[in-house]
Design a protein around this ligand. Structure first.
Ligand code: ADP
Ligand code: MG
Length: 663
């Protein structure tokens, strides 16, 4: 029985052209996708030398008949689409019919396979694209493909391969993430005799995250319970008017990290569309938006987001490696993803503790952290000793671990009487529900379900029970450290407040409130300040001139490349006004106009607050400190500044007593 056919030229020409075999991980990706498309319940991958010497992938999928096995190595031979119309609704991972011939052209490849309709299996050998041998052989149903000596006949490309461990790292990350997207299937990845991943089928992605990443990481993630929204179909392909009214159901689910997890790059953000791993700027933006004012601008969360959408609403025929997609209704998808994450964060209400004094951090904990780092890092190979086989759930992973460069530790090893540098990596960021809701659209439904999930998750983050749920109103200031940090006490312990960021928070919320009520006041400058703008700044200025004036600015064009600031927001001193304006314009320019009015307002508010706030190295009178602490306590989100940095550290009474060995 033959299912593979060669696509007519007209169809083949419509397929995004380009090379897909760049490195061992791209071979693994194509072969793995083929196995999944073949309906495999079990996929096993074995590697040697980071895949450079050997990649062997075995599946229990549908297999291929003798004729199909031969046909599969022709260009544009596929069983997955037939006509150009099929390109508009691709439900399989593959469809280009190019992977097998491309891989076979640059390696020594062996295929062993059998389709259920045939009694004998087929074995064939191809080297550098030339068929060397075909024969019958006994074979269980399914397919095994062995790819040896990648790029043996193209030395120039071989030279560009990275070290074994780098290539292995890429493959490990890839397989791990396909495993996360397909919890109902089993995956195994071995490098020489090292077992890197071994997971058996489980009921849902939560259990799969547990298998793959361990309890520790799972506890640091917030569930995004499956949410559904109806999406209006804007451009139904080739349909008449009737269906213009139609809508499609889109589903988002997944996991995102609590704010205290801060990664230095985007490598831990994974986004799946119909279980296909893709990179998408739009979604990265939606995720950043969801964390706005929760995480500082230069750090990133961990995120696994699964989007399910009717195949006709997403175009995967954009890039040869199929890692980019185009949504027909991208605005809807962006907002839905952003809102779902926001809602998950609000429901979980992560409340975090500040750096715990840890007299002797347990070794186990350190290992766990290193492991989390290890598993999340794209650049680091996830190598570890053999894991127990069997259920695959087994005890938590063990073995040598390499902390990833981008990983920041969850909590500090000891309490320090100075602000940790850099602050975001040791302070933990609590998350005020009110602050989140202030900017998030009202959550649609399902809060009860998520509350339950949240209550299961929160406690452990508050290790030692000393997390702060609220900023106290009864703090008494004692003095300042270096004229920068206010030291204060109450019955709960000793507190240190960064005076600049605390004031920033107070001013930020005040400014936004005034802006909402259209009551932001400006202060006329004695002398207008003339500012010279770059062309980008000028373009940004034209875009946001109206919003600037609603924020207390009076700025007018003055000559060709210059503007004159006549009035600045009331709290901002004259000498800060120029820097503030330039900062806002640069910020807008960088976001390439994609910025919404809502986030523009937040940005301006944060900038104004920053420039108007009390600076560090500034002596404060006691009454001023008292005022600041009181005002901070009245804000919606007192624990972080508008840029997401922590405002306070606390040394809890219990920790103090413990440190003095009184308890
Ligand atoms: P595509 O996946 O785009 O169709 P490929 O070159 O990757 O193109 O594969 C060609 C065809 O070979 C597939 O359409 C499929 O029918 C068949 N095939 C490839 N790998 C497998 C596999 N592991 N099990 C069963 N069939 C396979
Ligand atoms: Mg394929």
């Amino acid at each position: 029985m033959s299912v593979i056919h060669i696509l007519p030229e007209a169809v083949a020409n419509k397929i995004a052209a380009g090379e897909v075999v760049e490195r061992p991980s791209s071979v693994v990706k194509e072969l793995l996708e083929n196995s999944l498309d073949a309906g495999a319940g079990r996929v096993e991958i074995a590697l040697e030398s980071g895949g450079k010497r050997l990649i062997r992938i075995t599946d229990d999928g549908c297999g291929m008949s003798h004729d199909d096995a031969l046909l599969a190595f022709e260009r544009h031979a596929t069983s997955k689409i037939r006509s150009a119309d099929d390109l508009f609704a691709i439900s399989t991972l593959g469809f280009r019919g190019e992977a097998l011939p491309s891989i076979a052209a640059v390696s020594r490849l062996t295929l062993e396979t059998r389709h259920a309709s045939e009694s004998a299996g087929t074995r064939l050998e191809i080297a550098g694209g030339k068929l060397r041998d075909v024969k019958e052989q006994a074979w269980a149903q399914g397919t095994r493909i062995e790819v040896r000596d990648l790029f043996f006949n193209t030395p120039a490309r071989r030279k560009f391969l990275k070290s074994e461990s780098t290539e292995l790292g890429h493959i490990a990350t890839l397989v791990t993430h396909y495993a996360l997207a397909h919890p109902e299937r089993s995956f195994r990845l071995n490098s020489f005799s090292n077992e890197i991943l071994n997971v058996s089928p489980v009921a849902n992605s939560r259990e799969r995250v547990y298998q793959v990443m361990g309890k520790q990481l799972l506890e640091q993630l917030v569930d995004i319970a499956p949410l559904e929204r109806r999406m209006p179909i804007t451009t139904p392909p080739d349909e008449d008017e009737e269906s213009a009214e139609a809508s499609a159901v889109v589903r988002v689910s997944g996991f995102v990290s609590r704010p205290e997890i801060q990664k230095l790059n985007r490598n831990s953000i994974f986004f799946f569309v119909n279980r296909r791993l893709v990179r998408d700027r739009l979604i990265l933006h939606a995720i950043t938006e969801a964390y706005r004012n929760i995480l500082p601008g230069n750090v990133f969360p961990v995120a696994l987001i699964f989007l399910e959408i009717p195949a006709a609403e997403v175009d995967v025929n954009v890039h040869p490696s199929k890692t980019e997609v185009r949504f027909r209704n991208s605005g809807f998808i962006h907002d839905f993803v952003r809102d779902s994450i926001r809602q998950g964060l609000v429901a979980a209400q992560p409340v975090a503790a500040f750096p715990m004094p840890k007299v002797a951090p347990s070794k186990r904990r350190e290992e766990d952290e290193a492991e989390v780092a290890e598993k999340l890092s794209e650049e680091t190979p996830t190598m570890r000793g053999p894991a127990p086989s069997g259920t695959g759930r087994g005890p938590e992973p063990r073995g040598p671990a390499i902390p990833a460069p981008g990983f920041s530790r969850l909590d500090a090893v000891g309490f320090r009487l100075s602000a940790p540098q850099p602050a975001p990596t040791t302070g933990s960021l609590p998350l005020g529900k009110a602050a989140l809701e202030m900017y998030a659209p009202p959550p649609p439904t399902e809060s009860a379900q998520r509350k339950e999930a949240a209550s299961e998750q929160s406690p452990d983050v508050l290790a030692g029970g000393s997390g702060i749920s609220e900023f106290p109103a009864d703090l008494q200031p004692l003095g300042q450290v270096q004229n920068s940090f206010i030291v204060a006490t109450n019955a709960a312990g000793l507190w240190i407040i960064d005076q600049h960021v605390a004031h920033e928070r107070v001013l930020f919320e005040h400014h936004l409130r005034m802006r909402r009520e259209k009551r932001v006041e400006g202060q006329r400058l004695l002398m207008p300040i003339i500012v010279e703008l770059t062309p980008e700044q000028q373009a940004a200025f034209q875009d946001i001139a109206a919003e600037l004036s609603s924020n207390g600015f009076e700025v007018e064009p003055f000559g060709q490349r210059t503007v004159a600031i006549k009035t600045a927001p009331a709290d901002v001193r004259a000498e800060e006004a120029e820097r503030l304006l330039v900062e806002i314009l640069d910020g807008v320019g960088k976001e390439a106009r994609a910025i919404s009015i809502e986030s523009l307002r937040l940005k301006i508010g944060a900038s104004v607050a920053c420039h108007a706030a009390i600076k560090i190295n500034m002596p404060l009178e006691r009454s001023k400190m008292q005022w600041l602490l009181r005002e901070l306590a009245r804000t919606d989100c007192p624990m972080t500044c508008p840029h997401g940095r922590p405002t306070v550290l606390r040394y809890g009474l219990k920790e103090i007593q413990k440190a003095f060995k009184r308890i």
